[in-house]
Design a protein around this ligand. Sequence first.
Ligand SMILES: NC(=O)c1ccc[n+]([C@@H]2O[C@H](COP(=O)([O-])OP(=O)(O)OC[C@H]3O[C@@H](n4cnc5c(N)ncnc54)[C@H](OP(=O)(O)O)[C@@H]3O)[C@@H](O)[C@H]2O)c1
Length: 314
Amino acid sequence: MKTSLDLVPLGKTDIMITTVGVGTWAWGDRLIWGYGGNTYNDADIREAFDVSLENGTNWFDTAEVYGMGKSEQFLGKFLPSASKEVLVATKFFPFPWRMSKQAMLRSLNKSLKRLQLSHVDLYQIHTPFGRWSKPEYVSTLAEAVNAGLTRAVGVSNFNTEKTKLANETLLAAGVPLASNQVEYSLFNRRIEKNGLLDYCHENDITVIAYSPLAKGMATGKYDPENPPPGARKRIYPPEKLQQFQPLITLLKEISAVHGKTPAQVALNWTICKGTVPIPGAKNAKQAAENLGAMGWRLSPEEVVALDEASNLLE
Ligand SMILES: NC(=O)c1ccc[n+]([C@@H]2O[C@H](COP(=O)([O-])OP(=O)(O)OC[C@H]3O[C@@H](n4cnc5c(N)ncnc54)[C@H](OP(=O)(O)O)[C@@H]3O)[C@@H](O)[C@H]2O)c1
């Protein structure tokens, strides 16, 4: 369960988020996650939502493109009966045909309809495609805040240069850039190496770590003999899974010391690095386990040992 250790401000805003949020990409997505197949169903998703709240999180991350709107619709259905106040982050997808600034506010209004909300807590540009990292377009995020449609704004998949430009643009418009959502896990530490993590820390921009379990690989349940199903097979071929094994062995060793699981240790490591992970959960069991990453911390020595084992991957 979370402690006061696990409540942090979202960027420079007064919005307090738990150090672990819940990613909802799988809630309705067939292509990568197999929604509609035989591994998880609508009842599992509902339970994942309820159990996430019972286990201490206060926020969910979604996007208009997840399940082509289904993920937002699930949240919209669940939120009215939530056991406590819930914060919602969603995203604008800069499709190439979205050429005008008004496209963002139109999309946000459509997201709000699916979510059955009057505003969200965080609205993010999903990726800096096309013109959507240029100052005159990024500043539309400030308009969304001023229109009362979102409390805070962020970006996603922006590199250091684009994050800096977005931060400066929004500051000039009087709205802080609250967050940058990027891939980060023991299995992908690019943002540590290219300066993005440091830039965000120095500028009070929350780094939201997506795929913090490396799409399930950090749980230790997949290996070359038991590869992940579907599209993930291509992302993680057998040779890659083989390469992961020493790190997974260390995750298992450290988790045994703490009475935790490898997934909880992998998530805790991202928290120790000053980021907030949003692990995806398809059911109650995964949700409860992932939120058990809150309420405790790895020792500095354990963080270094994990760093060293993960350095060997590259
Ligand atoms: N902004 C972006 O461009 C972007 C991109 C990707 C993701 N995201 C966000 O980040 C969230 C999380 O990323 P992600 O879904 O890619 O990957 P992830 O959180 O690293 O992995 C999620 C998957 O791992 C497995 N899993 C999760 N918890 C588990 C547990 N405790 N035990 C066993 N298996 C478990 C589940 O799949 P199986 O059971 O099928 O193995 C689950 O769907 C997304 O939901 C989304 O909100 C954002």
